[in-house]
Design a protein around this ligand. Structure first.
Ligand code: GDP
Length: 197
């Protein structure tokens, strides 16, 4: 898919104020600092469409962007701030879980995972929760340029293995680098396929 236009639509703190669910929607989520803003910007070929991470304690926003006037790309607030309070975490969970389970036009969720690390509990638990809810998700490993492809492959294999203790099969996996623009076409092609079906 060629991204011809990518525009900011709105930021929201309330699920009931989201745009009309009239277009297919794809959400991007991951641990804070995973490289989500960089990935979104690289995908749509814009320097600063998605803003880099918010600080802990700041309002958590659901950001909608419209791509090619055909589909919504949704930037969800990151999870796993080390210093966040229990209250913040509980609010994040309520808000995001409500969005993910209630949004009728949501086609699938791209879960971003840092390819430099071995499987992290917080990412695995989030994937398991998505699975329990029956929500379709795909795995996007980020920052591939930061280490050898062997290391990335090992971490991906371990993550898949961990997921297989809960799931019968693992979802599709993308290895990406926003820096090198690696993997962007594959993600866009997947979205294109879903939009066409
Ligand atoms: P977010 O908090 O998930 O939105 O993460 P950001 O996109 O703000 O990225 C966090 C940090 O990782 C920033 O310093 C980015 O420059 C860096 N980063 C993100 N993606 C990549 C990548 O693909 N390669 C490299 N080398 N650095 C990256």
């Amino acid at each position: 898919m060629l991204v011809k236009t990518a525009e900011f639509v709105m930021s929201n703190t309330e699920v009931r104020k989201l745009p009309e669910p009239s277009l297919p929607e794809y959400a991007f989520i991951g641990r804070s600092n995973v490289g989500k803003s960089s990935l979104i910007n690289a995908m749509v070929n814009k320097k600063d469409l998605a803003k880099t991470s918010q600080k802990p304690g700041k309002t958590q926003l659901i950001n909608h962007f419209i791509i090619n006037k055909e589909w919504y790309l949704v930037d969800l607030p990151g999870y796993g701030f080390a210093q966040t309070s229990k209250k913040n975490r509980a609010e994040w969970e309520r808000f995001i879980r409500r969005y993910l389970t209630k949004r009728e036009n949501l086609q699938c969720i791209f879960v971003l995972i840092d390819s430099r690390h071995e499987p992290q509990k917080i990412d695995l638990e989030f994937c398991c929760w998505l699975g329990e809810q029956g929500l379709p998700f795909l795995l996007v490993f980020t920052k591939a340029d930061k280490q050898s492809s062997l290391k990335s492959d090992q971490n991906i294999a371990q993550f898949k293995k961990s997921l297989l203790t809960w799931f019968e099969e693992v979802p599709p996996v993308f290895l990406t680098s926003a820096e090198k623009k690696q993997g962007m076409e594959e993600i866009l092609a997947t979205i294109d396929d879903i939009n066409k079906n």
